[in-house]
Design a protein around this ligand. Sequence first.
Ligand code: CO
Length: 291
Amino acid sequence: MTTDTATRTLRVTEPRKVERLVAGRATSDGDGVKLTRVLTQPLQSRLDPFLMLDAFGSDNPDDYIGGFPDHPHRGFETITYMIAGRMQHRDSAGNEGLLENGGVQWMTAGRGVIHSELPQQEEGVMEGFQLWLNLPGKDKMSAPWYRDFGAADLPRFTTEAGVAVTVIAGESHGTQGAVTREATAPLYLDLHLPAGASFEQALPAGHNAFVYVYRGELRIAGEQVPVQRMAILANDPQSDGVLLEAAGETRALLIAGRPLNEPIAQYGPFVMNTEQEIYQALNDFRDGTLA
Ligand code: CO
């Protein structure tokens, strides 16, 4: 027999296992910004609908000061989450915003934007993440959309175990995130777990999911996930969620979404379904009609 309390405290009965750990690849992008590409191109179909996750973090201005000068995008969405530092954004749709400590910028490139992301500081720590979320083919040529969320605008809650949860997208423990998307139902949580705390999250079995630990260390279904590692969570049809356990103080991103199961054609900042659509994007960019 189950009591009310038991059902409230134990939502996940068949937690997902870790399929594999990924270390990411050190690279640079934009005007020499050093970063770790955690979700790389070979993982795009495994982690459909997510196309890329970059983690950047440095207290050396040489690693970030060049920023990302004007560049185009078409066919997907970029979600930039700033942990520390300030970045100025400007785009061809006339949007402009300052992204700072704890803020999120959600940009739907749709049929095309040209934008720049430039650091507004000459010293100190710059740390954050950029996630790329694919759009279904029918929405790839939609109008661009953009929104800035300051840290105070992001929905958050604290569990009984003391886990502080920021809900950037999707829904967690009854709290709706800042953004929802029908086609891919993305879940994007930033979790701060105190030592000894655990956190559970319901996940539809068919959704692809991963966890990125950026401070501390997690245990997921008996597997240790060290700092700066991505754990790809197995898709077991029996599983109903994930259970994360932290021995020490830990911070991690939990990201999940419904796969689109469409062909992915990527050329740099353009992600379409076919090669022909990529040529079209390149032509439009060259002709000045992309954005
Ligand atoms: Co960009």
